[in-house]
Design a protein around this ligand. Sequence first.
Ligand SMILES: Cc1cc2nc3c(=O)[nH]c(=O)nc-3n(C[C@H](O)[C@H](O)[C@H](O)COP(=O)(O)OP(=O)(O)OC[C@H]3O[C@@H](n4cnc5c(N)ncnc54)[C@H](O)[C@@H]3O)c2cc1C
Length: 465
Amino acid sequence: MVDFDRKYDVLVIGGGNAALCAAIGARRAGASVLVLEGAPKFYRGGNTRHTRNMRCAHDAATDILTGPYPEEEFWEDLLRVTGGQTDEELARLMIRESKEILNWIVEQGVRWQPSLGGTLSLGRTNSFFLGGGRAMLNALYVTAEALGVDILYDAEVNKLDIADGMFLSASLKHNGEHLTARAATLVAAAGGFEANIEWLREYWGEAANNFLIRGTPYNRGSILKMLLDKGVEAVGDPTQCHAVAIDARAPKFDGGIITRLDCVVFGIVVNKNAQRFYDEGEDIWPKRYAIWGRLVAGQPDQIAYIIFDKSVLTSFMPSLFPPIQADTISELAGKLELDPVTLQKTVAEFNTAVRPGTFDHTILDDCRTDGITPPKSHWARRIETPPYFAYPVRPGITFTYLGTRVNKQARMLMQGGKPSANMFAAGEIMAGNVLGKGYAAGIGMTIGSVFGRIAGREAAKHARN
Ligand SMILES: Cc1cc2nc3c(=O)[nH]c(=O)nc-3n(C[C@H](O)[C@H](O)[C@H](O)COP(=O)(O)OP(=O)(O)OC[C@H]3O[C@@H](n4cnc5c(N)ncnc54)[C@H](O)[C@@H]3O)c2cc1C
């Protein structure tokens, strides 16, 4: 039972990975902790429910990781995908602490399994959660409850009382009752604003209406907005986000991982004018899958089509919906409502440009095109074996990068740079500190676990001093 007459040491807002790591961290450091999760119990855990893996540095192979992934290599990967738009001090801290997380998270009841295969190529760098994100979360909830963390579901915080950068209390409505939670410190772990289409529209215009939201409908950015309105310094470009190409037939929210399509490297991608618009073979898939959402967002009506043939049908992980199938390119165009003549021409030009090579999707192979724009730099093979297939794709927004600026203690910084007296942040809500743009698979969970643990520890320390 949650006692609203009591003043807790630490209030955690959110119910995903970052929130649970913070709650457990704080409780283990001796603090009394209340977690307020906006979603009902069945939907607890936000986007974390959908995850599969986490990227952690390690110096040697483990039971499930095939080889070392040194800190410096992780840093270089992050540098490359963000184009240098990252806070080096925080990023290096995250990478260093990720080494401990590999074991710490197991101590909290989470279990690992080896990497899935297909085009993922993550066997050395990323540990997969046995049973997926939900199983991972369930383990964290069991641990948090056993430690004595109080948890309330259906508890969406709708107001924060903050004076001069100091958190005082949070208001919420629960079962029709207006309640106030008081605590000595706050950990905000309430995700980004990806499920708030109206807010997305402020930056993307009408295009945002065609976005699909891959995860929870509960991450509407309400806590982020309140914090920024109360003078917390913002970090990150509001248009930057993790966005992948997902099946256009996916539901508006919460379609999860099974609507993601990992077959771009096996074919070509055309827009509604039946034209190619980007190099489908630019880099290996884990380093490029997260650019395709933005690329499709930039196309007319925010729609595109991945086109491939029978020869690669079983080369990638199957998704929820079957591909659209036809015996000829012209018939396929008809089914996709594309101009048949243009699609035939696009495929024919592509086929002509393909140079001979030895195909290997796990490396940057020598199968490339010559003489067309955009090129396909690797894995280019002719599309000529019927039947032909297509997946319609739309931008699938995973999470946004606009967030609250934090320091190495995960303490929020106020405008002007002064640290908040007692407010901390972890996870998506502060991901923009590390991710200015771009993404490498598994970093979302690293950010949540590392900064969640730090935020919980630091909040407990502050509350108990
Ligand atoms: C389909 C999909 C697959 C993904 N796969 C991976 C993966 O394999 N590896 C990886 O690293 N990342 C992955 N991600 C990204 C990853 O999910 C996030 O980076 C991570 O879960 C963020 O954790 P978090 O705790 O910050 O946010 P979340 O887990 O989203 O939790 C936010 C919580 O805040 C709650 N909340 C929001 N507003 C309020 C409010 N006002 N009051 C109270 N509670 C509130 C929500 O209900 C939710 O519980 C994936 C995302 C999606 C959508």
